[in-house]
Design a protein around this ligand. Structure first.
Ligand SMILES: NC(=O)c1ccc[n+]([C@@H]2O[C@H](COP(=O)([O-])OP(=O)(O)OC[C@H]3O[C@@H](n4cnc5c(N)ncnc54)[C@H](OP(=O)(O)O)[C@@H]3O)[C@@H](O)[C@H]2O)c1
Length: 254
């Protein structure tokens, strides 16, 4: 069990801290919110379309004795994005843990990606995390410890054709992760998780396609949201890691 060292500016006591997890109504984000709540963290469960699911998750966490509130925002809208952080700060206490999980995953090859699709992808998968990180750092100021974890994708190191704007946005988010780790040290640590096949994409390539991709990884199987959760908790707790990315992909990036 990690014991925070108050002499270290990057050390953070989890219990009683506030976390904002974007896109946490369902799937990987919901698993992250649930796990942080079990660790005693007050969780802001952000959702856009999955508000009912976010409310149900908060209800479950509250019944388990935790603190959780749902927050609604369209992260394609910069004003709603910045307002989201302010809302959480005022309702649940200053956010000390920011998990940029929300994303869209839409196909588009180099020759067919429209300007509109490109801008939507960058707005949600890159600009929103940037605005949240900036608002987060501003609210914490120069002395308060905080942690940011950005969800990337192993494709950034091993790109496959067909998801151009998505891969570019996630690659830029990795650059942003490292830049922010440098600029926000020593009080705020900034790390990333690069998943491989964890859950099949919603409403797109089918389950069979997902299983084929998972079977082709070195470990030959899909991962689970718990694999992401374990890595998140590790990165949040580990006071001496910043600017790092952990592949949670069964070796797919190899
Ligand atoms: N699943 C995988 O195997 C896998 C693989 C590689 C990388 N990843 C990365 O890991 C993270 C989680 O993956 P996932 O599959 O659980 O994600 P997901 O289900 O595809 O998306 C997570 C959430 O993002 C939110 N979102 C999308 N557009 C939004 C918008 N305009 N405003 C606000 N929220 C918006 C959605 O919230 P609402 O439902 O409330 O609208 C959605 O539930 C993502 O960053 C993803 O890129 C996942």
């Amino acid at each position: 069990m990690h014991t925070p060292d108050p002499s270290q500016p990057s050390s953070l006591e989890l219990a009683g801290s506030t976390a904002l997890i974007t896109g946490a109504g369902q799937r990987i984000g919901a698993a992250c919110a649930q796990a942080l709540a079990l660790a005693g963290v007050k969780v802001a469960v952000h959702a856009h379309h999955s508000l009912a699911a976010a409310q149900a998750l908060c209800h479950t966490i509250q019944q388990q004795g935790g603190v959780a509130e749902p927050f609604l925002a369209d992260l394609a809208d910069p004003r709603q994005t910045t307002h989201l952080l302010e809302q959480v700060d005022s309702q649940l206490g200053t956010v000390r843990i920011l998990v940029n999980n929300a994303a869209i995953f839409k196909p588009g090859a180099f020759g067919t990606t429209s300007l509109e699709a490109w801008q939507e992808m960058l707005a949600i998968n890159l600009t929103a995390p940037f605005l949240l990180m900036q608002a987060f750092a501003r609210a914490l100021g120069p002395v308060t410890a905080g942690v940011i974890v950005n969800l990337l994708d192993q494709r950034i190191i091993r790109p496959r054709p067909g998801h151009l704007a998505y891969t570019v946005a996630k690659s830029a988010l990795w650059s942003l992760t490292r830049m922010a780790a440098l600029e926000l040290a020593p009080t705020i640590r900034v790390n990333a998780i690069a998943p491989g096949p964890i859950l099949p994409a919603v409403g797109m390539e089918g389950e069979a396609h997902f299983q084929r991709i998972a079977a082709a990884t070195p470990l030959g199987r899909p991962g689970s949201p718990q694999d992401i959760v374990d890595t998140l908790l590790f990165l949040v707790r580990h006071a001496f890691i910043t600017g790092e990315m952990v592949y949670v992909d069964g070796g797919e990036h190899l």
